[in-house]
Design a protein. Structure first.
Length: 150
């Protein structure tokens, strides 16, 4: 399941290395969350108004006020729905604007797990949105790790 792959990533310190360049980093972890929220955003300069939109966040990590929201998948899909990263970004952006949480940066991590024989391949992509426009997704960095079973 998605939660299992995220547990492996954290327990093996892969996520720590990828996000923080420090396997001793100690982020606060918040497990999967489903919530309903209402917010406005634009797609190609066209207003989208949501009301009681159901949203899922697979995992949230916070370190020194900086937020990373995770979307995890088993397998290796050729593409993904950007809204799965964007809606959590807008959710935390709204909390930041309303001063409900002291938030610094908000980024998104897309994590894939693929079994190859006895090995597990983990691919990670760190994204940021340059603006509150869904099309402003920008790849910050990516990495691939192989867990070898002995």
């Amino acid at each position: 399941s998605e939660s299992n792959i995220l547990s492996v990533g954290f327990n093996q310190m892969i996520i720590h290395k990828f996000l923080y360049d420090d396997i001793r980093a100690n982020p606060n972890i918040y497990n999967a969350k489903r919530t309903k929220c209402s917010f406005d955003y634009t797609i190609n300069q066209k207003l989208v108004r949501t009301k009681s939109l159901q949203m899922e966040i697979d995992l949230t990590a916070e370190l020194n006020g900086d937020i990373i929201v995770f979307e995890a998948k088993n397998g290796e899909p050729s593409d993904f729905a950007v809204y799965q990263l964007f809606h959590p970004y807008i959710y935390y952006t709204q909390l930041k604007k309303e001063n409900e949480l002291a938030i610094g940066s908000i980024r998104s991590c897309y994590l894939l797990r693929k079994k190859e024989g006895n090995n597990t391949m983990i691919k990670m992509y760190l994204y940021e949105f340059v603006s509150d426009e869904i099309s402003s997704l920008n790849l910050v960095k990516s990495a691939q790790y192989t867990l070898i079973e002995k």
